[in-house]
Design a protein around this ligand. Structure first.
Ligand code: TXA
Ligand code: MG
Length: 330
């Protein structure tokens, strides 16, 4: 940010003014772009649900500038939360804890817990520090759709309704934060992300994994989510090559997301933008996944075939999002 000493960058100042007025702002984080509202303003929070088309019982994540603000929002901060914060904040980790009195039901979807994270992106940090309060922010996409990883995606999702969209380049992580629930023992990993199970268990000991069947309160955990409009199917490399060869002679179109080049006889798919070659390494793949799905969604194909990713733990987050993107069609 090129702020003069003591003065806020104009875009940050405009975003803070919008938040104070109860309007919505979009801002970059290291995971995905967020759709932010003043977390102490229930009307502003309602606007977030309305714009996204999100059900009211699906709570929002609270973003803070620092761990020092936790006691204003969390009833009792477990020691393990402080240790996780020391290790991973600012960063792509969301902690679910008992909420403090006075926290809006609109923010928590009526639950007695609150989900909190301190993001690392410099623009998010500048905004949070200047606002000097909590910003509630789900991903800045319509409910169930692919999360945005650049400001242009946010403008595509919401041509209107957001007062200020802060520019922050491409998100470095590219997939939503890890969510871990600390309001129970053992703790439970609700959403896989860049902070993996091993890093969590180093602090928490053995944890449970997967959404809580008794309380399905993570919308990203509903089966269909993170989905482009074009049907997505997961397939092996062999199956993809077979399908590509079969359609190349016909007028049918498929688009492919793979971790390699197309077979030589299908090279024209790549030239036509119908074959997206993503990195064959988990963090690089995560960084481009949503931009790739958005691009392939626009190329007029009848179906997007995604090459299955490896079973190794570092691919957990990408595998989770791909399974949900494909869920309507299996
Ligand atoms: O990386 C991220 O977490 C991004 C950026 C903007 O920070 N945000 C994000 O928000 O992914 P959203 O709303 O798309 O997903 C938030 C998830 C939802 O699945 C929600 O149900 C869950 O957090 N969540 C929020 N409060 C919760 C709570 N009290 N208990 C369990 N899950 C909660
Ligand atoms: Mg989301």
């Amino acid at each position: 940010m090129s702020a003069e000493r003591g003065a806020l960058a104009p875009d940050i100042a405009a975003a803070v003014a919008a938040l104070r007025a109860g309007d919505l702002v979009a801002f970059p984080t290291e995971t995905v772009y967020g759709l932010g509202a003043d977390a102490r303003n229930p009307d502003a929070l309602r606007r977030v649900y309305a714009l996204k088309g999100r059900p009211a019982d699906h709570p929002l994540i609270l973003h803070l500038a620092s761990v020092a603000q936790l006691p204003q929002w969390v009833a009792s901060v477990p020691e393990a939360a402080l240790e996780l914060a020391r290790r991973h904040w600012p960063g792509p980790l969301t902690l679910v804890m008992p909420r403090a009195a006075g926290v809006s039901d609109v923010l928590t979807g009526g639950q007695n817990t609150i989900a909190v994270r301190v993001p690392a992106h410099p623009v998010a940090r500048a905004l949070l520090e200047a606002f000097d309060g909590g910003i509630a922010a789900p991903s800045a996409n319509r409910y169930g759709h692919v999360s945005p990883t650049r400001a242009a995606h946010v403008r595509e999702e919401f041509p209107s309704g957001i007062a200020v969209i802060l520019e922050g380049g491409d998100c470095e992580v590219g997939l939503e934060s890890t969510i871990v629930a600390l309001d129970r023992t053992p703790a439970r990993l609700l959403r896989p992300g860049a902070i993996g199970r091993v890093a969590l268990e180093a602090v928490l000991g053995p944890i449970e994994v997967g959404a809580d069947a008794a309380a399905p309160r993570v919308p990203g955990s509903t089966l269909q989510h993170y989905a482009p409009a074009t049907p997505v199917a997961l397939a092996s490399a062999e199956e993809i090559d077979r399908r590509c060869r079969a359609v190349s002679a016909s007028s049918a179109t498929i688009a492919v997301l793979a971790r390699r080049a197309p077979p030589p006889e299908c090279a024209e798919l790549e030239a036509r933008g119908l074959w997206w070659r993503a990195p064959n390494e988990a963090s690089g793949y995560a960084r481009v996944l949503y931009a790739a799905l958005r691009a392939l969604d626009k190329c007029g194909a009848e179906r997007i075939l995604v090459e299955r990713v490896p079973e190794d733990p570092e691919w957990d987050a990408a595998r989770d999002r791909l399974q949900r993107a494909a869920a309507t069609f299996i």
